[in-house]
Design a protein around this ligand. Structure first.
Ligand SMILES: Nc1ncnc2c1ncn2[C@@H]1O[C@H](COP(=O)(O)OP(=O)(O)O)[C@@H](O)[C@H]1O
Ligand SMILES: [Mg+2]
Length: 1016
């Protein structure tokens, strides 16, 4: 199957049922052919004229089916109206009333299917089936259409007879019999043409052209409520005629529902209906992905999350380390969209300031992609949120209308009701050029006396709502509690006890000043300020009451699947028991979906509810507080995490073990923030708690010891690190804590190496445990260290092999930063080998990843490597700049070893320049600060001092240092250092023939060039 894209279309079926019994075969055939020709001409002509696609026919002796679509392969706009008009013409042109028709609109799959040799353009989906079913139900000579199609048609039609309900797969469908066309309906938007915005439109056109040429473009429209962002989006949609158009919205109420916005956008793309439950959505998605993009199948469990679908786990997705799932999820969705949206596509994300965090993150990812795609992404947002746009995107601040245009808009909005010149000026000035404000002022003026001109757009809207009939006002306000979009049924249900007649809810159709039709049976507030103002108009007690009713109605309908929204309504209703229950449920669910910040919001709500709830069990409240800490930690909100852990500790004041565990977690937070002293303090305190109270808890002790060892390692206290590792090993063995054990072994290994006493057995112990646990990140780290050791020991081929395996393991675990760390090490080898350009390319990419991840140590280490590379290439100014910057930040972070190494590289650069006095001082200074161990670094420093002395024409003293360097390098098996020192000895004339051995080593290491050191 080839690509099928999802499109919005209007589909129609024409059915003919003649049933000519009795006539002989020959006559039937003849009549049949004649009629076919007639029908063909009629339908073909009308379809041509109105731009409708005649897709297929299915002809039989005594009848047949014709199949028409509008909106595919391209939309000509007003698809509903054109289709209905066409069908009216076809049906009424018939002398005998023999044709019947059915019309439905919605998403279908359209595209080419079949093989290279036989390919057809096909349109399929529920909409198509619904049209066929309506055609089958229609009387002869009649057209049955869904309400959805009629609502969207600008032209109204006479409607005959009673609408009827037809059972549907998901929900019953109402069919209307369509009669003669009537007048064109004036739509709110169409009523007033766009004023001003010439610059914006010009920019749109350029962007649309770019998108057509597969240059992904992004436009971000930024500005206050009512300034005209959505209106500009409407214009953009018109500019994008022929584009597939997908729209998602941020919604205030949905802001803690992870991926809420994307779900609506994604589901139709895979043919999943909005109301399908998670299991059936999962089954559908699974089948779809297997058939259409099987290469994404391994990541299906991640892809399913924003679809709100549940699928069976896959090993690949299981193996991903938790911290990296979000990124892989983003990549998978991006891949899905890239593969599916091959034709020009407009992606609109409206009101992005209200996106839930997971949706926002996904949007940022999609926007930042550099893939060439025929997409135009348009985001609208208020100024209160960070930009979604990558650097090269257009951020368009929508300005107020200039005076002349504001005047024009005021006059247009007033229409028949005249405004005096003075009033126009007043209205224009008061609105400050905000079109919504301006229109509201005019509407207030024309629907009664304005009296004093209100100061804010909110107050105009308030006075307009206040003047509504009481029932209408109640409807509007109640709807505002449900949310920006609402179901009529739901509104009726909520108001059942409030209104005399249930049917009164249908009156909302009259509120078209404030409400506009949305998908299906739903309505939406025409502007969010209408909703906000209607909501503000409710008293606190009334709001509480209504939230409770809405919550209960939603609970009856959707149950736990709507937990996030339920928690909000019940919280606002003061029903803290339910608020607590649903917020915990939704929080746990968001956490499973790696939507950490959304989970944090929900857990926060749960805790707030728990404060007023007597029956919440303290252990459960503490669990939620700890979970809040954990998700904040993962989202790098360290302060919030720390506060949450403190809350948990207060609740669990009597539970010593929990205190120790929480303290230890708090210590980890300090370590991550680089506060090593307070990190140590927490671990010491936690351990003391266990000791003083006589708790054994070997697993926790192992963790504590390990964390402590980790802090010592970061501080460069390798002996302390080793001794705490040994303790961690003991406890972990007693507790059979395999993961902790492997980690301790691994830390022991690297600490020993740093001390110059490599103990490879630890490494060999760690790797199999990680393999047994399926811990890819652990394996990758060990492999990386095997690579580093091989590198220092001059087995560069081995090193390259280990790095390769380690990099692959990191990739599989989704750890891009880990993979970049290995890339950094690979670049180091290339740099040593003199393959400077290759190294430079890799380092640039590594730097990008580290920066994107906000990983300061990584950035500094990479900067140091780039500095060394610049020095080797003779770009000394750049080298000093980079190296100084790296040394400073490494010192600030407290990464002692790397800082020292960078200082040594500064000395090395000075030697390359022949600035021997400064070089000698720098190398000596570094040497004095070097802790025990670090033999390769010491060898480097001794060599630099030697070279500096030789440059200073003191060859004897130089020789002493060079020989010392040689000894150190040989004892550390640092072959590269050995070779460089041998070269220095030969070049300075101190030794003869040493360059022979040097050359042999260098060629074995694959070195193609070494930097020149000027000698007298
Ligand atoms: N340039 C314009 N010309 C005519 N009407 C406009 C213009 N800009 C906005 N409007 C109208 O003003 C109202 C508010 O605009 P809208 O686009 O909804 O604002 P936003 O999305 O920025 O909150 C809408 O009724 C819209 O049709
Ligand atoms: Mg808007």
């Amino acid at each position: 199957m080839r690509s099928l894209a999802s499109l919005y279309t209007v589909s129609a079926h024409l059915e003919e049922r003649q049933g000519e019994r009795g006539a002989d075969e020959g006559t039937r055939r003849e009549r049949g052919l004649a009629r076919l020709a007639e029908l063909g001409e009629l339908v073909g002509g009308v379809a041509d004229e109105l731009g409708i696609t005649w897709l297929e026919s299915d002809i039989d002796y005594d009848g047949g089916k014709l199949y028409l679509v509008a909106g595919a392969p391209v939309t000509g706009g007003d698809d509903e109206e054109r289709m209905l008009v066409a069908l009216r013409r076809i049906v009424s042109a018939e002398v005998e009333p023999a044709l019947s028709a059915g019309v439905a609109g919605g998403h279908v799959f359209a595209g080419e299917i079949g093989s290279e040799s036989r390919r057809t353009y096909a349109v399929m989906g529920d909409t198509v089936n619904l049209a066929a079913r309506l055609a089958a139900r229609a009387e002869r000579g009649a057209i049955l259409a869904t309400e959805h199609v009629l609502e969207r048609s600008r032209r109204r039609f006479e409607l005959h007879g009673q609408p009827f309900l037809m059972k549907g797969k998901e929900r019953p469908v109402t069919g209307y019999s369509v009669g003669a066309p009537l007048e064109t309906r004036e739509r709110d938007h169409d009523a007033i043409p766009l004023v001003d915005r010439r610059d914006e439109l010009e920019l749109f056109r350029a962007a649309v052209d770019d998108a057509r040429r597969r240059r992904t473009r992004m436009i971000e429209l930024v500005g206050e409520a009512g300034i005209g962002k959505s209106r500009l989006v409407e214009e953009l949609k018109v500019e994008c005629a022929g584009f597939q158009q997908l729209v998602a919205r941020g919604e205030q109420y949905a802001s803690a529902t992870a991926y809420g916005a994307w779900r609506d956008l994604l589901r139709p793309l895979a043919g999943i209906t909005a109301d399908a439950d998670a299991t059936s959505a999962g089954a559908h998605l699974q089948a779809w992905v297997t058939a259409v993009m099987p290469d994404l199948a391994p990541w299906l469990p991640l892809l399913a999350i924003p679809f709100g679908a549940e699928v069976t786990p896959t090993p690949e997705a299981e193996q991903l380390a938790a911290a990296f799932r979000r990124r892989r999820l983003n990549e998978t969705v991006d891949g899905f969209l890239t593969r599916l949206l091959l034709m020009p596509t407009l992606l609109v994300i409206e009101d992005a300031h209200w996106l839930d965090e997971a949706s926002a993150d996904l949007l940022r990812h999609v926007a930042a992609s550099r893939m060439p795609r025929p997409w135009l992404v348009c985001v609208t947002r208020r100024d209160e949120q960070e930009s979604f746009a990558p650097e090269d995107a257009v951020e368009l601040r929508v300005p107020p209308l200039p005076d002349a245009d504001a005047t024009a808009l005021a006059l247009l909005a007033a229409g028949e009701a005249p405004l005096s010149e003075r009033e126009v000026v007043l209205v224009r000035d008061r609105s400050g050029g905000n079109p919504l404000f301006l229109r509201e002022l005019v509407a207030a003026r024309t629907s009664g006396s304005l009296g004093e001109l209100p100061d804010t757009v909110e107050s105009v809207i308030t006075s307009r709502i206040d003047r509504l009939e009481p029932v209408d006002r109640l409807l509007l306000r109640c709807a505002s509690v449900i949310g920006p979009v609402f179901d009529l049924d739901l509104l009726a249900e909520v108001l059942a006890g409030e209104l005399a007649e249930r049917g009164d809810a249908a009156r909302v159709h009259r509120l078209s000043d404030f409400l506009v039709p949305d998908e299906g049976e739903r309505l939406r507030f025409g502007h969010d300020l209408f909703r906000a103002v209607a909501y503000e108009g409710l008293s606190f007690a009334r709001r509480r009451h209504l939230h409770g009713l809405v919550g209960l109605a939603l609970e009856r309908r959707y149950g736990e699947s709507a937990a996030a929204v339920l928690s909000l309504h019940f919280f606002e209703a003061g029903d803290v028991a339910r608020a607590w229950r649903y917020a915990v449920l939704a929080g746990d669910r968001a956490r499973e979906q790696y939507a950490n910040l959304d989970a944090a919001e929900l857990y926060g709500r749960a805790l707030a509810a728990a404060e007023e709830l007597d029956e919440a069990r303290p252990e459960e409240v503490a669990r939620v507080a700890e979970a809040l800490g954990d998700v904040c930690d993962l989202a790098a909100r360290y302060e919030d995490a720390s506060t949450a852990y403190r809350t948990a500790r207060l609740i669990l004041a009597d539970d010593v073990v929990a205190q120790a565990r929480l303290l230890s977690k708090d210590g980890m937070l300090s370590e991550r923030a680089g506060a090593y002293d307070s990190a140590l303090e927490s671990q010491v305190f936690a351990l003391a708690l266990l000791d003083d109270n006589g708790f054994d808890e070997p697993a926790l002790r192992a963790e504590l010891a390990l964390h402590r060892a980790g802090v010592h390692y970061r501080q460069g206290s390798f002996e302390d690190c080793r001794s705490w590792c040994t303790r961690a090993v003991e406890h972990a063995e007693r507790a059979s804590a395999r993961a902790t054990l492997a980690h301790a072994y691994y830390l022991l290994d690297i600490a020993s190496t740093r001390l110059g006493r490599p103990e490879s057995r630890y490494r060999e112990l760690a790797l199999p445990i990680y393999e047994e646990l399926g811990d890819l990140v652990g394996q990758a780290r060990v492999l990386n260290n095997l690579g580093i050791d091989a590198y220092f020991e001059g087995r560069w081929d081995d090193a390259v092999g280990f790095y390769k395996r380690g990099g692959e393991a990191f990739e599989r675990a989704g750890d891009v930063v880990g993979a970049a760390t290995i890339g950094n090490n690979q670049a180091e080898i290339l740099s040593d080998q003199g393959r400077l350009e290759d190294a430079g390319r890799i380092l640039a990419e590594v730097q990008r990843v580290f920066r994107a991840a906000g990983y300061p140590v990584g950035i500094a280490i990479c900067t140091s490597n780039r500095g060394r590379l610049a020095a080797r290439a003779g770009r000394f100014d750049e080298a000093h700049e980079l190296l100084e910057e790296a040394a400073r930040s490494l010192e600030e972070i407290g990464a002692a070893e790397q800082a020292l190494e960078t200082r040594a590289r500064i000395a090395e650069c000075l030697v390359f320049e022949g600035r021997h006095r400064e070089a000698f001082a720098a190398a000596t200074d570094a040497e004095e600060r070097a802790p025990e161990g670090l033999l390769p670094l010491r060898a480097l420093l001794a060599r630099l001092r030697g070279c500096a002395e030789v440059q200073d024409r003191a060859p004897e003293r130089g020789g002493v240092h060079l020989k010392a360097s040689l000894d150190l390098a040989r004892s550390a098996h640092a072959e590269f250092e050995v070779a460089l020192t041998l070269l220095a000895l030969a070049d300075s004339g101190l030794e003869e023939g040493t360059h022979v051995e040097a050359r042999a080593i260098l060629s074995r290491l694959g070195v193609v060039a070494t930097p020149r050191i000027p000698m007298p």
